[in-house]
Design a protein around this ligand. Structure first.
Ligand code: ITT
Length: 221
């Protein structure tokens, strides 16, 4: 009798509900062999200080910390909005642009104020997403994707999260917060990064399996 393949447990190292919803949905379709556990199952893991100066560094910090504390593979997303005319701000500070505990609405208001005199190309922006997967043995997988668009003068839509109400996708000509989950995942920095991660996943798992077999072998010598 065939036994079904055992799913690989993976912890999603995020407490942002908007991100979690999007990541869960895409992972179910691109990596059906993994069981995604929530950080809520590990209340002892407190806030993880994001001390890096790049999205990649912060994604690795979050994934490494959660993998060490749970003994499982962890996937972390560090993302944000970069406006070239604001020298890349809010960048890695996107979640706290209007202050340490700022709401999405407060961050959006600050962005509109900072950009109030910007016209045309000065309103160009890109969402960036760095995704890191780290295994307890220290193997890592890191990918990055971007979503280019424009910042509107007024918010629109009630879907999504973060800066979605202000971000206009030039292809669909819709604000992020007006898009269905499918539309956003097909266009977004996160949707594209998740697909890139899925394409590299098998090699990542093989690497860590080979390494643990080798450890077993050396232990016997
Ligand atoms: P975790 O670290 O727990 O995952 P966080 O919200 O602190 O949650 P980040 O430091 O990566 O995560 O900050 C991401 C911020 O960037 C997020 O709070 C939004 O303001 C913005 N952002 C990222 N992706 C977005 C998206 O798809 N749509 C709208 N805003 C987005």
């Amino acid at each position: 009798m065939d036994t079904p393949d055992k799913k690989i447990n993976v912890v999603l190292a995020s407490r942002n509900k908007g991100k979690i919803r999007e990541i869960d949905r895409v992972l179910k379709s691109v990596l059906p062999d993994i069981e995604v556990k929530s950080l809520d199952e590990y209340p002892e893991i407190g806030d993880i200080p994001e001390t890096g100066s790049t999205f990649e560094e912060n994604a690795l910090i979050k994934a490494r910390t959660v993998s060490r504390k749970t003994g499982l593979i962890a996937i972390a997303d560090d993302s944000g909005l970069a406006v070239p005319a604001l020298n890349g701000e809010p960048g890695v500070y996107s979640a706290r642009y209007a202050g340490e505990k700022a709401t999405d609405q407060e961050n959006n208001s600050r962005l509109l104020i900072e950009m109030k005199d910007f016209k045309g190309n000065e309103r160009r922006a890109a969402f960036v997403c760095a995704l890191a997967a780290v295994s307890p043995g220290g193997h890592r997988l890191l990918v990055r994707e971007e979503w280019e668009g424009m910042i509107a003068f007024e918010p629109r839509g009630d879907k999504g999260f973060g800066y979605d109400p202000l971000f206009i996708d030039p292809v669909l000509n819709l604000h992020g917060a007006e898009m269905s989950a499918e539309q956003k995942n097909a266009r977004s920095h996160r949707g594209k990064a998740l697909k890139k991660l899925a394409a590299l996943w098998e090699d990542f798992i093989d690497q860590q399996n080979n390494a643990s077999n080798q450890v077993g072998f050396t232990d016997l010598q």
